[in-house]
Design a protein around this ligand. Sequence first.
Ligand SMILES: Nc1ncnc2c1ncn2[C@@H]1O[C@H](COP(=O)(O)OP(=O)(O)O)[C@@H](O)[C@H]1O
Ligand SMILES: CC(=O)OP(=O)(O)O
Ligand SMILES: [Mg+2]
Length: 408
Amino acid sequence: MAKTVLVINSGSSSIKYQLVDLETGEGLASGLVEKIGEPVDGHYKHEYNGEKHELEEPIHDHEQGLKRVLGFFDEYGPNLGEAGIVAVGHRVVQGGSIFPDPALVTDKTINQVKDLAVLAPLHNGPEAKGAEVMRALLPEVPQVFVFDSSFFFQLPKAASTYALNKEIADRYHIRRYGAHGTSHEFISSVVPDIVGKPAEGLKQIVLHIGNGASASAEVSGKPVETSMGLTPLEGLMMGGRTGDIDPAVVFHLIRNAHMNVDELDALFNKRSGMMGMTGYGDLREVHREIEEGNEDAKLALDVYVHRIVGYIGNYTAQMGGVDVITFTAGVGENDDIVRARVCEKLAPFGVKLDLEKNATRSKEPRIISTPDSSIVIAVIPTNEELAIARKSAAIAEAGEDTYGNKTA
Ligand SMILES: Nc1ncnc2c1ncn2[C@@H]1O[C@H](COP(=O)(O)OP(=O)(O)O)[C@@H](O)[C@H]1O
Ligand SMILES: CC(=O)OP(=O)(O)O
Ligand SMILES: [Mg+2]
């Protein structure tokens, strides 16, 4: 029987899961829960044995979504008890200063992940819950947390440090941790082969734009910048998050709108971004609204693109140039309008998009710039699940993590 890893990837609006065959890297079974917490119906898709099962219903939170998913495994297969699972890998967004590496799931690490939820309010809670649910279901199988923030642990100090009072920053562990690191690491590691350039010296920008969105810059495969900070709120405009905003907006709202911390947290993390500006968090709905003449939606998309272009300029200056810009994640992989709008702004720098290639839908990694473009523009589907599966299997095989936790 094939050795497999079951990967649970909880995003802010989605759960992706995959039973990964370790030898081929293929997903033997996979699925998706999307539009969690949206005002419209959520969507489930479960694929196994060449069959696709779908369901639409409102999905209030990740726990409801995961329970429904386990029901799909029971009803449509495969039987998780007989699927050759050597590890369950759980994506966790925030590992803070505690987790530079993946960690075995134990009572202690579950509590640590929950404690870190203040630094990833939309993610760590549901991710810890997912580990609890799966541990109860498969108690004999080693379970591993793989952290988004680990890749950015070694960011240069100038990039990871806020210009905040040093004593306060040190006492409260306030620094830029970054997120989506498993994706930025995966993408930046496959780019050299896909674009046919040596990894050494290669200057890259990776745009992971999904519901959560972040940019990163890598030189020779090592991260030198990323847009998410202490929490996944900083940086680009997102489905429900403001991204960068003057922190004085917070003081202003406390003093003048008398908002409390929880109200502000929800306002900035859930009720802003695309959702807050248009009533829709999903870019597909936003494009539909624009076609119907909705001016708010048009402005929201303008802001969205403006921010992405700003980060490209910033990182290009920081690296002293850029060789490849890669689009990935839900929007980056599927939204040719956003890609075209971003690249249009880069035309004065010699970027040339092949419009036909950009408009072609595909699940394959591809270059969408013309051969004479000054910067290579690529679209590469991210595969956080495969990266998490490999890291989880390595720990299960070693029988211990780098913190001294051992499998039973
Ligand atoms: N076909 C599509 N066209 C445009 N945008 C899309 C398409 N498919 C997905 N998206 C966008 O991708 C987002 C989800 O991206 P994803 O990376 O799965 O998010 P997350 O992991 O943050 O939950 C959706 O909210 C939507 O905006
Ligand atoms: C960190 C983050 O925002 O993740 P996601 O995009 O999966 O919600
Ligand atoms: Mg995601």
